[in-house]
Design a protein. Structure first.
Length: 317
């Protein structure tokens, strides 16, 4: 039976597989992965035995090594996800900017008056917080469903379990990058002088991407066992939006609560963008060290959860 048969039509569409030529291309890529375990029919058993013997480091490297065989399929899925998201839309990719822009206008109108700030500069302040937060929140929300949503694929051929969480986060990071570029033009339009510190922006993006991927990987595996988890995640993320200084300056928080707000891990990443773009300053060593530590932690948790449950996931889908 074809990998992309009628049973998986809906799932395939969700992941942006649009035409037969792309389906064949992706099947070829996944066949390359199947070769890692010998015959296709015995691959699952070999993978289970291999996983049980490997250390955490060995498992992590072997999992990443498998991605070499599906790198073109990964790119195809990401591109098709983006195309499908904006197909039949008159404005297309412009919505990646317009959605946060419209929200930013509303929030700026309200909070610039509330905090007595210049709406022009305050709009960029809000934007530098909202864009990374939107990337993180959207990645986590969509990524937590990435493995369960790929059930049809995984039951027909061996695919690295890391593949679909990676597709989900990679799709969102491209949207994020396009939105950041658009924000630069908006910043120039309102008179904000962009500084040389923008050369540090790729480092902040990579850190945020890896940090978010670690969370998504753990949640995607957990959602296989607890299907209601995605609803809990949405509620938690909505709450976090108001616990992060996105639409208000940290100076507006009473001193006795400021430490609590700054302890929020998401705040540490948003602070990098504020420093680099809005303040035009190089983040201090501590401001870099905390996000790096958080990123390593979430990646460890994500890969550890995957290592422990990988051999059981296919039976739970």
């Amino acid at each position: 039976m074809s990998l992309l048969g009628s049973e998986t039509a809906t799932t395939a569409q969700d992941h942006g597989v649009l035409d037969r030529s792309q389906k064949a291309f992706i099947e070829e890529s996944f066949d390359g992965v199947s070769a890692l375990g010998g015959a296709t029919g015995t691959l699952q058993g070999n993978q289970v035995a291999q996983t049980s013997k490997q250390s955490f480091i060995g498992f992590t490297f072997s999992t990443l090594n498998e991605l070499r065989f599906v790198k073109f399929a990964l790119a195809s899925f990401v591109i098709n996800n983006l195309r499908r998201r904006y197909q039949r839309s008159f404005l297309g990719f412009a919505w990646s900017l317009l959605n946060p822009l419209m929200m930013m206008i509303v929030l700026t109108a309200v909070f610039s008056i509330l905090f007595h700030r210049d709406p022009r500069t305050f709009s960029i302040y809000v934007f530098t917080g909202m864009l990374p937060w939107t990337f993180i929140a959207d990645s986590i929300t969509m990524g937590s469903l990435s493995i369960t949503g790929a059930e049809g694929f995984m039951k027909k051929v061996y695919i690295p379990k890391i593949f679909f969480p990676l597709v989900s986060v990679s799709t969102e990071v491209i949207n994020f990058g396009l939105s950041l570029i658009s924000m630069m033009f908006l910043a120039l339009f309102v008179g904000l002088k962009l500084q040389w510190t923008l050369v540090l922006l790729p480092f902040a993006i990579v850190l945020t991407y890896l940090y978010t991927f670690g969370i998504v990987l753990a949640l995607a595996v957990a959602t296989v066992y607890f299907r209601d988890l995605t609803h809990v995640v949405r509620v938690v993320l909505q709450s976090f939006f108001y616990l992060i200084p996105i639409v208000y300056p940290i100076s507006a928080v009473p001193p006795k609560y400021s430490a609590f707000f700054l302890a929020n891990p998401f705040s540490q990443f948003i602070n990098l963008y504020r420093q680099i773009i809005f303040n035009g300053q190089v983040p201090s060593l501590e401001e870099w060290a905390i996000p790096v530590a958080l990123t390593l932690t979430t990646l460890f948790i994500g890969f550890y959860v995957l290592m422990k449950q990988e051999k059981d996931i296919i039976f739970r889908l």
